[in-house]
Ligand binder design. Structure first.
Ligand SMILES: Nc1ncnc2c1ncn2[C@@H]1O[C@H](COP(=O)(O)OP(=O)(O)OP(=O)(O)O)[C@@H](O)[C@H]1O
Ligand SMILES: [Mg+2]
Length: 266
């Protein structure tokens, strides 16, 4: 039934296509044979119990698992028509086009300005250009008004919610197509969370967002589609359901999804 839905999202609409994706850490298999298509300019939530492989899966999408020495990825991921694990794909380029925001905000120990200017500088943008990119990225991430008079302050002096928006501005500054977010709101208060949710909805007009969350209300509030992962007794995570929010939360096909979204397992 997962496959029926994958077929529904035509290849043209999909910006990312994962096929038969399995990930191993040494001899331990973390996820098995995940196949799904991610539609362009939509918000997709990735949900499931702790340890089922959500972080492992989204780290595949921009080759962040490359940074874990024991990790081995099998299968294929296509970003548009580029096979991102092929030998001629450059992980740095991929991470600019497919950015990532982590659970714990991780600004560089540099000024607010330099945090956002970092990517455009590496990409060789001119100085005037960089200033306007920094401003527009901070505006898009709804942080500009709070920091415009203190751009030289260290990014680490911001509050947690502001640091998270700074990290989003840093990701936006290189004009990504996709932003992967791994529980970006789990350390934020309700006001910062609500700002972050508004921001995610705004950027999704031209950016695809994949967001891991343990918050079912958050998933139903902001996402267009939901993907559910679950590990069986073998503790290997699989994709058990994928569909529109209405179907996954309102009329799930798999009884394990129903049990999870209603809080009976997990
Ligand atoms: N760097 C690593 N080395 C070895 N095993 C790992 C590593 N990272 C994750 N794992 C294992 O892979 C499995 C999936 O972990 P993962 O972090 O992807 O789960 P998750 O769904 O993101 O969980 P959570 O909701 O708690 O963040 C777990 O069994 C975990 O112990
Ligand atoms: Mg995780």
């Amino acid at each position: 039934m997962v496959n029926d839905f994958i077929d529904e999202i035509s290849n043209q609409e999909a910006i990312l296509k994962a096929k038969d994706l399995s990930v191993f850490y040494g001899s331990l298999q973390a996820i098995n044979n995940v196949t799904f298509n991610i539609p362009r300019n939509k918000i997709i939530s990735l949900i499931g119990p702790s340890g089922c492989g959500k972080s492992t899966l989204i780290r595949c999408f921009n080759r962040m698992n490359d940074l874990i020495p024991t990790a081995k990825v099998e299968g294929e991921i296509k970003y548009n028509d580029i096979s991102i694990y092929s030998e001629n794909s450059d992980p740095t380029d991929i991470r600019f086009k497919i950015g990532m925001v982590f659970q714990k905000p991780n600004p560089f120990p540099k000024s607010i300005f330099e945090n956002v200017a970092f990517g455009p500088k590496i990409n060789g943008f001119a100085k005037d250009n960089i200033e306007s990119i920094v401003e527009s990225s901070l505006k898009k991430s709804a942080l500009w008004d709070e920091v415009k008079d203190r751009l030289k302050d260290n990014g680490l002096t911001l509050s947690g919610g502001q640091q998270q928006r700074l990290c989003i501005a840093r990701a936006l500054a290189v004009n990504p197509d996709i932003i992967l977010m791994d529980e970006p709101a789990s350390a934020l208060d309700p006001i910062s969370t609500s700002k972050l949710e508004d921001l995610i909805q705004e950027i999704s007009s031209n950016i695809t967002v994949v967001i891991v969350t343990h918050n079912m209300q958050q998933a139903t509030r902001i996402c267009d589609y939901a993907a559910v992962m679950m590990a069986g007794e073998n503790r290997i995570g699989e994709l058990i359901e994928y569909g529109t929010n209405d179907s996954v939360f309102g009329n799930p096909k798999d009884e394990r999804t129903e049990a999870y979204v209603t809080g009976r397992i997990g």
